[in-house]
Design a protein around this ligand. Structure first.
Ligand SMILES: Cc1cc2nc3c(=O)[nH]c(=O)nc-3n(C[C@H](O)[C@H](O)[C@H](O)COP(=O)(O)OP(=O)(O)OC[C@H]3O[C@@H](n4cnc5c(N)ncnc54)[C@H](O)[C@@H]3O)c2cc1C
Length: 625
């Protein structure tokens, strides 16, 4: 095996990930750090310009409260989020983001992001909270601001973070490796900010075989935030709350513009509208089922009931929606033609802005949305604390909003001292999306600098033996592969190691079958979860034998280890919560009902970083102070 240089970087604040939350943290932390002569360093596995969930661009900013315009209040947003999550959300965290999010959106506009404007002025809204944007370059614009504030010398790209450096229960930084050069990285830091996104491909995807790799959630976010915070001993929350988006089938194209902007209907194959025909089912999920807007998981659930009754496929009635809008111009043939053209291009642009593969699929299968409906379907489960999921680290709220139980000194600090998180990496504060993640990053970045100034922690030192042990562990898959690759004629099958793709398939199969994936109609039970945990235990043993041919495969190995820990946190939490609270996301067949008396609470968990023993905890849902 080739020699790997060890590169040591010392910094005051280490920002892990280069996505929306990290770019927000970078802008704010750099500002305060400059005043206090502190060094801030950002590390991303990819190139910040096009990394994370916004890499391809977006067609809408999903969180804009409109405080200045008097459109909504912070409380309106808190109520909306709490309702959508079936009562389980941290009011203090949601409010903290909501009161700052408009500021992030105004910054985006100042930095050059084109936000649609209405004829009379003001932003064009897709829905109550969403703004339409020409967002192909959204991430490039946000990244440029982060670079300008931080300075490119302080940004290290294409370095994959494996985990935290822990000594004596303290997080002293992070370790990882370059995905381009033979370099092992050690980052020593006085404070660490984690925002390495959520997780995809933990469950078997709908797109398999020739379609493998296509998913709603970006394939490069693989549970690194969860692994990092768990291994740093931080308490986690809402690990049972996966997100299942209903999207255009097979290319996962967004449906938001269709439902909200074009006011399209979704119907079953017989033309029945499940949202109307199955309205009575919502009574079973009171009080959440009876409030508007109906929670995302319940909307999914009504469609799933149709599918389970054999009424699928489910269709988005695109042709009907476009026709209805154009019909307003039917008495003026010229205006009608112009409107139709405009709608057609908006429909395609919606995909070209953020899910190009959906436009390719439409083109390849001769779909013209003004003529023909398109299938929509529930995707496989994802872990995303910033969207309609809620899984992530349990963090401190702000002093003025958090009840004492939710406050431990600094906004967005995990229960591990000096460790901060935001975006998909934090839980119980759903619906922050791209703008809210950026705002939350700014909140956390500022708090982290305040922590550095107030606590003045010393620069950590780490034993050489600790670094050598981490290096050996990180690079072991390369060593195993090099040692045994000639044992078989094909390197992907070998009794001495398992390649990351095969390992991932094994993880996905067990999650699909035991933890309620697509193949199990999102249904699980105590017995299934327990068997799933048994199989996860065996998988964990085999993780020691992952083999990597090169640096890229080494990254794939560690991505899958990260996924495996995300999977375990999920199964353990689903098992612990003995009710069904989010049908449409998952269904506990043995506890098929909502149980507000016993389970209107957060389920949190912790893993001992050394022994890897888990502790499950119930935490009260408390109002803002
Ligand atoms: C398909 C999809 C559609 C969406 N649509 C919208 C929308 O229309 N409007 C909207 O406002 N929001 C939308 N969102 C939400 C928005 O994209 C997220 O809320 C936001 O990107 C979360 O920010 P983040 O920083 O937590 O994660 P990300 O922006 O995903 O950033 C994660 C970062 O971590 C890095 N990383 C991951 N693992 C490692 C590792 N091991 N080592 C080093 N770096 C690592 C990645 O490279 C990346 O830079 C959408 C999300 C998805 C997935």
């Amino acid at each position: 095996m080739a020699n790997f240089e060890t590169v040591k970087v010392e910094t005051d604040l280490l920002i892990l990930g280069g996505g929306m939350a990290s770019c927000g943290a970078a802008v704010e932390a750099a500002h305060w750090a400059k005043k206090n002569n502190l060094k801030v360093t950002m590390v991303d596995k990819a190139a910040v310009d096009r990394s994370g969930a916004v890499a391809m661009g977006l067609s809408a900013i999903n969180q804009y409260v409109g405080l200045k315009e008097g459109d909504n209040t912070v409380e309106d947003y808190v109520n909306y989020v709490k309702q959508d999550l079936m009562g389980v959300a941290r009011d203090d965290l949601v409010a903290s983001i909501a009161r700052h999010v408009d500021g992030s959106v105004h910054l985006f506009e100042k930095w050059g992001l084109p936000i649609w404007k209405a004829e009379g002025g003001g932003y064009v809204h897709e829905g109550r909270w969403q703004l339409m944007i020409n967002g192909e370059s959204y991430k490039v614009i946000v990244a440029e601001a982060a670079k300008n504030h931080l300075g490119t010398d302080n940004i290290i790209e294409r370095v994959f973070i494996v985990g935290p450096i822990m000594e004596g229960g303290e997080c002293k930084g992070a370790y990882g490796f370059s995905v381009r050069e033979n370099k092992f990285y050690v980052f020593l830091a006085k404070a660490v900010f984690v925002a390495m996104g959520g997780a995809v491909h933990v469950f078997k995807p709908r797109s398999s075989g020739e379609g493998l790799g296509r998913a709603w959630y970006p394939p490069w976010n693989s549970g690194s935030s969860t692994y990092f915070t768990l291994k740093a001993g931080a308490e986690m929350t809402c690990q049972e709350v996966r997100f299942i988006p209903v999207r255009f089938k097979d290319a996962y194209g967004p449906v938001g513009a269709w439902f909200l902007l074009f006011k399209s209907r979704a119907t079953n194959a017989f033309g029945g509208e499940y949202m109307v025909e199955r309205r009575d089912e919502l009574q079973n999920w009171q009080p959440y089922g009876l409030v508007k807007p109906i929670p995302a998981n319940l909307r999914n659930w009504l469609g799933m009931l149709d599918v389970m009754e054999g009424k699928g496929p489910i269709y988005m009635r695109t042709e009907e929606a476009l026709q209805k809008i154009a019909d307003q111009y039917k008495d003026d043939p010229k205006a009608y033609k112009k409107k139709m053209k405009e709608l057609e291009s908006e429909a395609w642009e919606d995909f070209l802005d953020m899910t190009i593969s959906q436009a390719i699929l439409w083109a390849a299968s001769d779909v013209q949305p003004e003529e023909k409906s398109s299938e929509i379907a529930a995707a496989e489960p994802y872990f995303i604390g910033s969207h309609s999921g809620a899984s992530g680290a349990w963090v401190s709220g702000p002093e003025d909003l958090a009840p004492p139980e939710y406050f431990w000194g600094y906004e967005n600090m995990c229960t591990t001292k000096g460790l901060f998180a935001a975006g998909d990496a934090t839980g119980a504060s759903s619906h922050k999306f791209s703008s809210g993640s950026h705002a939350e990053g700014r909140i956390a970045g500022k708090a982290a600098v305040r922590y550095l100034v107030k606590e003045n922690p010393p620069m950590p030192t780490v034993e050489d033996s600790t670094i050598e042990a981490l290096k050996a562990k990180t690079l072991k898959p390369l060593e195993l592969f090099a040692e045994h690759k000639d044992f078989t004629s094909q390197t992907d099958v070998n009794p001495n190691y398992i390649i990351p793709k095969m390992f991932m398939f094994r993880l996905q199969k067990l999650m699909d079958e035991y933890a309620g994936g697509v193949g199990s109609q999102f249904t699980t039970s105590k017995m299934l979860c327990e068997r799933g945990l048994e199989l996860l235990g065996l998988l964990k043993e085999d993780a020691e034998f992952l083999g990597a041919e090169d640096l890229h495969e080494l990254m794939r190995c560690w991505e899958n280890v990260h996924r495996m820990y995300q999977a375990e946190a999920h199964v353990r939490t689903i098992l612990f919560r003995e009710e069904t609270r989010w049908p449409g996301y998952y269904f506990r067949a043995d506890f098929p009902k909502l149980d507000n008396d016993n389970w209107l609470c957060f389920v949190n968990c912790k893993m001992d970083p050394e022994t890897e023993e888990w502790e499950m905890l119930k935490r009260d849902i408390l109002p803002m102070s």
